[in-house]
Design a protein around this ligand. Sequence first.
Ligand code: HXC
Length: 258
Amino acid sequence: MAYETIIVEVEDHVATIKLNRPDALNALNSHLLRELGTALAEADRNDKVRCIILTGSAKAFAAGADIKEMSEKSYVDMFLSDFFGGEGRAITSTRKPVIAAVAGYALGGGCELAMMCDFIIAADTAKFGQPEINLGVIAGLGGTQRLTRFIGKSKAMDMNLTGRFMDAEEAERSGLVSRVVPAKKLMEEARAAADKIAEKSIPSTMAAKEAVNRAYETTLSEGLLFERRLFHALFATEDQKEGMAAFMEKRTAQFRDR
Ligand code: HXC
């Protein structure tokens, strides 16, 4: 499918989606977020795709929601359209693993979009922030909620109240990103991680994703039960038999996603 604000490439088992509004530092407008939701749903449906990478440019993953699009909107406009609520749910409903490969600015909705992915690999040039406070508003896509769960109350308050940016090193130290790599190696490292994930059995990668995400939605005992039931359920797969047989026979498992 042809897109105007994103570029999608599927190579081997990995779909790479690149945000592509260079003149606006990849600011997220309705059109881009709808295209992104469609591309993610398409990648989810494509049997060839086993992992997805979401990235931006060297200067910006995304500098936030498009301020020009939002500036004239009223409360009723925002409320009736549930501004970016539906688009956000479309993104987080992706069932295959999604890696955010972030270089440059990931601000406001850009930081929130990165946090909607399953984990973030940051270039050493990455800068994260929730500067909405400077615009007379607050974060609206998870910047007060997901960020607080990721980095804790003190740092999340600091980011949301002062609007300051966090560099890649602090982001890794704070648990926002899983690793920091040299900017030049960002896509290579993201691709290597995606290739690793693509080697696994899809039922188990989807189950792992569901189980980790459940940790943010429920109590520990309910989460542990959910995890245990998924763990038990995977014994109904052929890939569990294959994975364990391969280990005992000292060979590489040949998963069939069954
Ligand atoms: C629209 C944006 C934009 C944005 C940058 N641009 N960010 N347009 N919305 N969020 C545009 C600029 O207007 C400019 O276009 C071009 O991109 C280059 O930006 P510059 O400002 O000239 O670049 P630079 O001086 O390098 O500064 C980079 C920057 C700055 C620090 C990232 O652009 C910035 O502060 N941007 C806004 C960041 C922000 O406040 N994000 C939160 C948005 S609110 P022209 O045409 O002038 O050349 C949000 C809410 C989410 O995200 C909740 C949704 C539900």
